[in-house]
Design a binder for this molecule. Structure first.
Ligand SMILES: O=P(O)(O)OC[C@H]1O[C@](O)(CO)[C@@H](O)[C@@H]1O
Length: 390
């Protein structure tokens, strides 16, 4: 299936640009953070230092011959990009491969005691255990007596704005999460989103998750709300098969989030227990597809994933990275059509995302003009959000 042919793919090689800053500044900061987070031994520290040098000045290196996912990465572009500068290959590819190399450095895939140890777990856990999470969970009690449409809106917006809780993003946007959300969304198809869930409660929803912790918790609450009200019959939650983009959710984070909910007082605890039952009886399943960590747009998804999305009543993509992969990581005008960019998608699809990179589609000319009049930071500073449906 060909990628959308118009608009050039975003690279990270323009000094001063946002993508360049992520590769040149954020990635080294992430390596330093990981180096301090766990008591890694000399071999792991050497490998992290080597990656620090390599990602700033060097070229993309191949994976070891015995890496379990070597063949997949070769097919995903490594065969073509090995030997090139990290800055001269597609930015999406470069970022994804950076996380793969980071896991290599700490021995995540190698036999031995560090296999499967998430280097980002300490920061994820700290966020989940933070008092802000308690406050957010307690706020759920205040929704009990609201009319259904208002509760729908509150839970949808909780999941949407939860996307600002992104630990990698916070490394270079200090304070972004504390700022008030912008009063208006830059695009809001929420009515259409709700209209896609038929009133007979037979819908099957797929939610392609983004971050763990304070984003995943409201995602889980949204699913619980929909299951509890028989608005959907079943849900599939897609998480990453391994740690990625610092705070992206993996299965261990789902378990942590569920436990956080289950043991919370009030409505949050009820939602947590409902989700446990839903997992036990198959109404809620979790998937960790290898393509979820692929450095490619969803337009190039494999057939099994395509069939799964085709069978869903609605697929919801959470977050900025999933948005970039959904519409393609390309330089399009913000008024380019979201429907055209996602025309390849095999079923109804929605995006819930705060804006943390320059890719955006589906804005009206008036909205774009209003935003641009206030500068260009709206595209990347996480203060604006969108709900889009095709
Ligand atoms: O957690 P999210 O919403 O996917 O955001 C992660 C984001 O981090 C970046 O890679 C760099 O800011 C974004 O471009 C990316 O999409």
């Amino acid at each position: 299936m060909p990628e959308t042919p118009f608009a050039s793919v975003i690279l990270g090689n323009e000094p001063g640009s946002f993508p360049h800053g992520v590769l040149a500044e954020r990635h080294p900061a992430i390596i330093r953070q990981v180096r301090d987070a766990l008591p890694y031994g000399p071999g792991q520290r050497r490998a992290l230092d080597e990656l620090l040098r390599n990602c700033a000045e060097g070229t993309v290196e191949p994976l070891p011959a015995d890496a379990p996912d070597r063949a997949a990465w070769q097919a995903w572009g490594l065969a073509e990009y090995a030997g090139r500068s990290w800055f001269d290959v597609p930015w999406l590819w470069s970022e994804s491969y950076f996380y793969r190399r980071l896991l290599e450095a700490v021995g995540y895939f190698a036999p031995g005691p560090w296999r499967g140890i998430d280097p980002f777990r300490p920061v994820k856990r700290a966020e989940l255990d933070a008092p802000e999470t308690d406050r957010e969970l307690a706020a759920l009690d205040g929704l009990r007596d609201l009319p259904e449409p208002e509760r729908d809106r509150a839970l949808l917006h909780g999941s949407l704005w939860g996307n600002r809780a992104d630990l990698g993003f916070r490394l270079s946007a200090e304070g972004a999460e504390d700022r008030e959300p912008a009063p208006a969304l830059v695009a809001d198809d929420s009515e259409r989103l709700w209209s896609l869930l038929p009133p007979d409660g037979t819908a099957g929803l797929v939610l392609v998750a983004d971050n763990a912790g304070r984003e995943l918790v409201p995602d889980l609450l949204l699913l619980a709300h929909l299951l509890a009200g028989d608005r959907i019959a079943r849900a599939v939650l897609h998480v990453k098969p391994h740690p990625y983009y610092v705070s992206d959710a993996i299965m261990a984070d789902v378990l942590d989030g569920l436990e956080r909910l289950r043991t919370a007082p009030g409505a949050a605890g009820e939602h947590g227990r409902l989700l446990r039952r839903a997992m036990a009886d198959g109404r809620l399943t979790v998937r960790a597809h290898p393509f979820s960590c692929a450095p490619l747009p969803y337009e190039r998804m494999p057939d099994d994933l395509r069939a799964e999305f085709a069978a869903a009543t609605l697929t919801v993509f959470k977050g900025d990275l999933n948005y970039r992969r959904l519409v393609g990581d390309r330089r399009r005008p913000p008024t380019a059509s979201f429907a055209a960019a996602t025309a390849y998608f095999p079923g109804p699809v929605a995006a819930l995302r705060t804006l943390k990179s320059e890719v955006v589609t589906g804005l009206t000319a008036a909205t774009e003009a209003r935003l641009v009049a206030a500068g260009q930071r709206w595209r990347t500073d996480g203060t604006h959000a969108l709900v889009q449906v095709n």
